[in-house]
Design a protein around this ligand. Structure first.
Ligand code: CAA
Length: 260
């Protein structure tokens, strides 16, 4: 498939999806979302892909937000449709069977911060900057920023960012729990790939179930969430990888997982 606004590469079980509109600092318009949806569908159904890394083209920006030029003449209905489109694609990322690592290589503002937040893990370059500046444009976040940000950093910090619209540097994003690691820009992709490699060495189904347990369990009350965890734990015992993982431990060798 050939796309105009994204790139998809795959090597050694790790896919890299790059938002590729560097002239607009990788801002998100509808076409970019449609292309992302196609790519994500392909990735979800590719058993060779064990981990996805999401990044932005160029050195300056991960994604500088929803495309303001594209949105400037919207009416209310178009605004709502665009928010629903962005939310749908970001939910696809959150629910992707494979883990997703955001490699944040610069500005992650508005829709860019929202895109980073729907990923499972965020690694930021030292020059990355985060923020939800929508209020400065007279709007609020529309791709679930008002929901995912407080769930990640708590209500107080989320409200400060959402109401002031101010940008914070990578180090502050790390302090408030918005990113997992801050690394030199020159090492960003290598560090993301190293983490992806580490994840892909594990039982693929166990990794998928762990992601599901966290995502779905957090939406339940704790008793139901623990019962759900126990069900998924039990399900692991029906997999060949579980047999191999435990046999390898007992036989003091490295497991050879097959994702089955
Ligand atoms: N939409 C469309 N184009 C954008 C853009 C965006 N979000 N962000 C940057 N660009 C474009 C600029 O218009 C400019 O294009 P031209 O060269 O054609 O003029 C190009 O990218 C480079 O940008 P700047 O010249 O502004 O670069 P800078 O280094 O001076 O500033 C910046 C960088 C601080 C990121 C600044 O571009 C900026 O503030 N961008 C907007 C950030 C923003 O407000 N994001 C939120 C969008 S709303 C949203 O996301 C809503 C939602 O949740 C659904």
């Amino acid at each position: 498939m050939s796309w105009e606004n994204i790139l998809l590469e795959k090597e050694d079980g790790i896919a890299v999806l790059t938002i590729n509109r560097p002239k607009a600092l990788n801002a998100l318009n509808a076409q970019t979302f449609y292309e992302m949806a196609e790519a994500l569908e392909k990735i979800a159904n590719d058993p060779e892909i064990k981990v996805l890394i999401l990044t932005g083209a160029g050195e300056k920006s991960f994604v500088a937000g929803a495309d303001i030029v594209y949105m400037k003449d919207f009416g209310g209905v178009e605004g709502r449709e665009f928010a629903l489109l962005g939310q749908r694609v970001m939910n696809m990322i959150e629910k992707l069977p494979q883990p997703v690592i955001a490699a944040v290589n610069g500005y992650a503002l508005g829709g860019g911060c929202e895109l980073a937040m729907c990923c499972d893990i965020r690694i930021a370059a030292e020059n990355a900057r985060f923020g939800q500046p929508e209020v400065a444009l007279g709007v609020i976040p529309g791709f679930a920023g008002t929901q995912r940000l407080p769930r990640l950093v708590g209500k107080a910090v989320a409200k400060e960012l959402l109401l002031t619209g101010e940008q914070i540097p990578a180090e502050r994003a790390w302090q408030v729990g918005l990113v997992n690691h801050v690394v030199p820009a020159s090492e960003l992709l290598a560090r993301a790939k190293a983490m992806a490699k580490r994840i892909s060495a594990n039982g693929q189904l166990a990794v998928k179930f762990a992601k599901e347990a966290v995502n779905n369990g957090l939406e339940m009350d704790v008793d139901r969430a623990m019962a759900y965890e126990a069900d998924l734990f039990g399900l692991c015992f029906s997999t060949a990888d579980r047999k191999e993982g435990m046999a390898a431990f007992v036989e003091k060798r490295k497991p050879q997982f097959q994702g089955k």
